[in-house]
Design a protein around this ligand. Sequence first.
Ligand code: ZN
Ligand code: ZN
Length: 393
Amino acid sequence: MTNNTTKPPLNMVNVVIFVGFPIAALILVPFWGMYQGYDSFQWLWALAFLYLNGMSITGGYHRLWAHKSYEASPALKWFFAFWGAGALQNSILIWASDHRRHHRDVDDNELDPYSAGRGLWFSHIGWMLREYNTNDPDFSNVRDLQRDPIVKWQDKHYVALTTFMNLGLPLLLGIWHGDIIGTVLLVGLLRLVVNHHVTFFINSLAHYWGSRPYTESNSARDNGFLAFLTYGEGYHNYHHIFQSDYRNGIRWWQWDPTKWMIALCARAGLASELKRVSNFKVQRAILDTTFDRARTKLEGAMHSESLSEMLEREYQLFTESINQWTALQAGRYERTKGQLSDALYEHKQHLHQKWEVAALVNKLKTLEYGLKMQRKRLTLLMEQVHFHQAQMA
Ligand SMILES: [Zn+2]
Ligand SMILES: [Zn+2]
């Protein structure tokens, strides 16, 4: 009997890949290890493949194609197209289409193909095992990528490409090394399974576990430990609010090898137009979230009037800073435009304009600093709220 709770049919190809391969790896890899053993050549190549595949997904599929957070030269695109196919996560076109839907309708169980609202298992791997209608191909959101000849070519030859990268290359490596089975097991199978799961952590764990400093409007979390496993993609709360930024971990010390790779490629002339969100906007997002959180805490709970008043005063200051910043940015834009059309202005005029621009930049910097200070005051204020609430309890 069929009813509404009947699950859609299994996708057998995906079941083999996502259930069969891990089971095979769990049995065969240790078995061969005990029987024959592995050497450092095989381990090192497995690690190299892991990073080449993983970072072609994060730097290529994700940040370049799905989000257009920078421009890449054809050589770099080809590199990502090959090694990304080796990650066995579908073609760029399908991957990016799913991912753009994930961002647009995040947490929507009907529209987000790997909505975290449907549970940890579903968002990790379950969504691929059955023919859910959220997986129906709809390329209306990747028209730009359909015009990219490299993306088109990769999509057309995807099966041959991924077979060559996953089986052909490890096989050749094994022939060269003299141990075909061991090399295929480690560089082919184990590496593939590990890369699958660490990439899937971004859809599952990074929507459950971690902090939400930039926005609470969706389930995405920042998690330094996951960033370490996921080539830098663990700063997922930041990524969901500022998806066009080529970085996910924006502080210099945050582990984000993908952002370092992109920056390095830019230095080598392989990447350009790296997009970054301004520091002010980042501070603004953090403050917005902190204000929301503070208000919710104060609401309902017994609290002193003076704390609420202080919070509202701070909020007013915050709004004023935002307005000033917006006005100054608009002014800066106007001035730059003016500078372009008045290129033949006399030297004196030019110097004057330069000075004005410098003064503007200074003002913007001061505003930015103001927000930083406000964040500190707000933290103190929240500590007072906690203290007050503890006393009332
Ligand atoms: Zn996400
Ligand atoms: Zn994304």
